[in-house]
Design a protein around this ligand. Structure first.
Ligand SMILES: Cc1cc2nc3c(=O)[nH]c(=O)nc-3n(C[C@H](O)[C@H](O)[C@H](O)COP(=O)(O)OP(=O)(O)OC[C@H]3O[C@@H](n4cnc5c(N)ncnc54)[C@H](O)[C@@H]3O)c2cc1C
Length: 387
């Protein structure tokens, strides 16, 4: 059992940490409040190769794995810059296209994803289906060689920043007549694709959208992979990277909050000469949150290691557990940090309450804590499926 990062991974962590600190949470909040994006940070991370760490070198990436991308997600979040689009673009879209796309799709999209000049966001959630992906109603029909996509998607992050959206639709299987999933790379300016921004109570420079697809016409090569058979494995291939990187972002956010709070409580005095952190009522909740974050980090490391070793099924269990643990730990850490900071915790200046919405959302998306508990109950504990 090895708990150490390689020297290269250590260097990556230090370098990403330095980049994150150069921008910091103040920058993240300023952009969010202005309705702007963290473009400078994204572009610099792209130039430095951090956005493409998991993309093969032949496409301009770093040739690493999800372990490396999780380091990038965690360290930027630990500097107060949790970038959700790292999860949808390099983690989900790049993995799906690299593993299941055609040669032509890899050549067309991976270099831009690697250097950050291109973003591809991910659209699976639908208003009627919610957590039940078996109910997806977005349908792709053949029209000659073309495809026509019709349906609705909700909460889709980053559509305004992306050139393409990877849309999960359903197609009719000619052999069985049943609908089966298929993924399409859809230009965000395609005729028939409309979007409207959702008002969310999350302070973030990244936005969520409703998407309306009304007979969006796509060429045959918009379908991910050589045939419809690629659909299901392509969809599943995005799940582990998604779980692991969102977990890393949660752990980083938890670290950030605890660091902000413990720096404050170690020096703030209101009862004579002793710091408020000397009171166990203040220190223990922070220590408890630190333990939860560290446990989550351990599971993230395990999940990423299993995934990069090609042990997908085991990585699925570990990745779900890591996502659950990190989601809970991040929410606990931010809430605890706000409390320890007192009134300062609610100020913009101390930069902790600004994360309350994001960590709350992290217990719901991209997969809710309840759906993970369902997964663990069924696949680890052998319980009957309840739904
Ligand atoms: C900030 C944010 C960003 C997002 N970005 C994206 C994106 O980029 N792309 C995308 O496709 N989606 C995105 N989503 C959507 C997200 O994946 C969904 O919100 C999530 O999967 C839950 O679906 P739902 O909101 O429809 O909840 P519902 O399915 O309606 O569930 C509501 C509640 O009921 C619980 N529940 C439902 N079924 C069960 C069950 N069988 N057992 C126990 N509990 C159950 C859920 O856990 C949840 O707590 C985003 C969401 C948010 C908040």
């Amino acid at each position: 059992m090895n708990f150490d990062l390689t020297p290269e991974q250590d260097q990556l962590r230090d370098a990403v940490r330095a980049l994150g600190r150069k921008y910091g949470h103040g920058y993240f909040v300023e952009k969010a409040k202005a309705g702007a994006h963290t473009t400078e940070l994204w572009q610099e991370a792209g130039r430095l190769g951090y956005l493409g760490v998991n993309i093969p070198t032949e496409y301009g990436g770093g040739g690493g794995g999800i372990t490396e991308l999780a380091i990038v997600c965690e360290e930027l979040a630990a500097a107060g810059c949790p970038l959700l689009l790292l999860v949808v673009s390099p983690a989900i879209a790049a993995t799906v296209i690299n593993k299941h796309g055609t040669d032509e799709q890899r050549k067309r999209h991976l270099p831009g994803l690697a250097d950050g000049s291109q973003k591809i966001v991910f659209a699976i959630t639908e208003p009627e289906a919610g957590s039940n992906f078996h109910r997806l109603g977005t349908v792709a029909r053949r029209d000659g060689d073309d495809w026509l996509l019709t349906g609705r998607k909700c909460y889709i992050s980053g559509v305004d920043e992306a050139g393409h959206v990877l849309v999960v639709a359903r197609t009719e299987d000619a052999s069985t007549g049943k609908l089966k999933p298929a993924l399409f790379i859809v230009p965000t300016d395609a005729p028939g694709l409309e979007r409207s921004k959702l008002d969310m109570e999350i302070l973030s420079p990244e936005n969520q959208f409703l998407l309306y697809l009304d007979d969006v016409r796509l060429p045959a090569d918009a379908l991910v992979g050589e045939s419809l058979d690629a659909g299901l494995p392509a969809l599943f291939s995005g799940l582990n990277p998604e779980r692991i990187t969102i977990a890393a972002m949660g752990a980083g956010t938890g670290r950030y909050a605890i660091e902000r709070a413990s720096g404050y409580t170690a020096t703030r005095t209101v009862w004579g000469g002793k710091s408020i952190g000397s009171h166990q009522g203040v220190a223990h909740p922070l220590a408890h949150a630190a333990v939860q974050v560290e446990l989550a980090r351990l599971m993230i490391h395990k999940a990423a290691t299993l995934y990069d070793a090609g042990r997908d099924l085991e990585a699925g269990v570990a990745g779900n557990m890591a996502k659950y643990a990190a989601g809970e730990a991040a929410a606990l850490a931010v809430d605890t940090a706000v409390q320890a900071l007192g009134g300062a915790g609610m100020t913009t200046e101390y930069g902790v309450a600004t994360l309350l919405g994001a960590v709350r959302a992290g217990r719901i998306a991209p997969v809710s804590r309840e759906m993970i508990l369902n997964f663990v109950a069924q696949h680890v504990l052998g319980q009957d499926k309840s739904y």
